[in-house]
Write a protein that binds this ligand. Sequence first.
Ligand code: S3P
Length: 184
Amino acid sequence: MNPPTSGSPHLVLVGLMGTGKSTVGRRIAHKLGWEFLDTDDEINRLTGRTVRQIFETDGEEFFRQVEHDVLAAACQLTTPHVIAGAGGIILRPDNRQLLKNSRFVIWLNAPLPVLVERIGQRAAKGDGHRPLIDGNPAERLQKLYVERESLYRDVSSIEIDVEGLQVQDVIDKVLTETGLEANS
Ligand code: S3P
């Protein structure tokens, strides 16, 4: 794990699908009085297409390029943001470098069965913005977990296991671990 570094002033949440990055991130941003940016939402806003549509028409590699462009642009912002980075944001080495240069990178982690329970039902129907786990979410999530665990660990300075925690508990842990003070 890396100590917090200087660079972009952001707090970035990383972790697999279903760990609560967007929900937690939005609420932390509100508490801190910071702006919030979700990379999938930003891709959606910039391209006018959903994540699923981009995967289906242009493929994953194109999606990863747009995702990189969004992260790189976000890291240029000088006002502090809470950023919910989508699950695959740690895949590209250049993204990992951008993350390591951010003030805080927090890995939201959870055991696989917890994630499958949270997002599996919808994904099994091929629904939502997670085409990588269509069909057999448990098996696919397991593969992603194995492939990515060391990458989440590599970029993050703080790890929070969200199993059994309510959103408020996760927020409290983030504030304690970062030493950031809520202003609401
Ligand atoms: C992905 C995670 C998704 C979305 C896309 C790919 C991944 O975002 O970007 O389906 O590779 O882990 P969430 O982590 O917000 O679900």
